[in-house]
Design a protein around this ligand. Structure first.
Ligand SMILES: [Zn+2]
Length: 215
């Protein structure tokens, strides 16, 4: 299939530049997801685009924190190309200091206006956490760290809730968004409306991204 070079529908020219708005960045991301869902991506991840983006400074317009799940490749589901977004992935999109430092760098040094936390249905990290809390057995090694960080979301929903897994996925996204908004380094640009943090959920069946916690 030929890769179109036309400007993608719904894109916001100029938002790639430093100082773009959170609203424009969010609109561009969601437009990319609509292109992906409709089977009409414009980015083919070709060598020409890679070389062009590598030749100058990077000017991404968003930073995304998502899960390591192999079914949720963030650049693909938002139809993004080289240089357009920064992506951080951890199991269950757990936020630790390395992740936080990376986000602070992108916001402070690269002037990115949007941080998005993307959870997804049927997340294995949330499954593992529900299982650990039910059985009382923490997993071995560093996986226990992930479970510990996700456990508050599961506990808030309650293990007795028959919908504990899907509800905990959503709660964990909202808790992660809240933690980012409370970060001392991010709170000032957020208060000045230069930066926004959004929470969203990816549907494995349809490919659609729904906003859970708009900026
Ligand atoms: Zn996951």
């Amino acid at each position: 299939m030929a890769v179109s070079r036309a400007a993608p529908a719904g894109s916001v020219p100029g938002d790639r530049a430093r100082g773009g708005t959170p609203r424009g960045a969010l609109a561009e991301l969601l437009a990319g997801n609509r292109r992906f869902v409709s089977g009409q991506p414009v980015h083919g991840h070709d060598v020409t685009a890679a070389a062009a983006s590598a030749s100058g400074d990077q000017q991404p317009y968003a930073v995304l924190l998502g899960c390591i799940d192999s079914r949720v490749p963030l650049e693909a589901i938002f139809d993004q190309t080289f240089g357009s977004i920064c992506v951080i992935r951890t199991g269950g999109h757990v936020l630790d200091r390395a992740v936080l430092g990376s986000i602070e760098y992108v916001v402070d040094e690269l002037g990115v206006p949007l941080v998005m936390v993307l959870g997804h249905e049927r997340c294995g990290a949330v499954d593992a956490t529900v299982g650990a809390l039910r059985t009382g057995r923490r997993p071995p090694g560093a996986l226990a760290h992930l479970v510990d960080r996700i456990a508050p979301a599961v506990t808030e929903v309650g293990l007795d809730d028959p919908q504990v897994q899907p509800l905990a996925v959503r709660r964990h996204v909202r808790r992660t968004v809240a933690a980012l908004r409370a970060d001392p380094t991010l709170s000032a640009p957020i208060a000045a409306a230069r930066v926004a943090v959004a929470g969203a959920l990816y549907d494995l069946s349809t490919g659609e991204v729904a906003l859970l916690d708009p900026p």
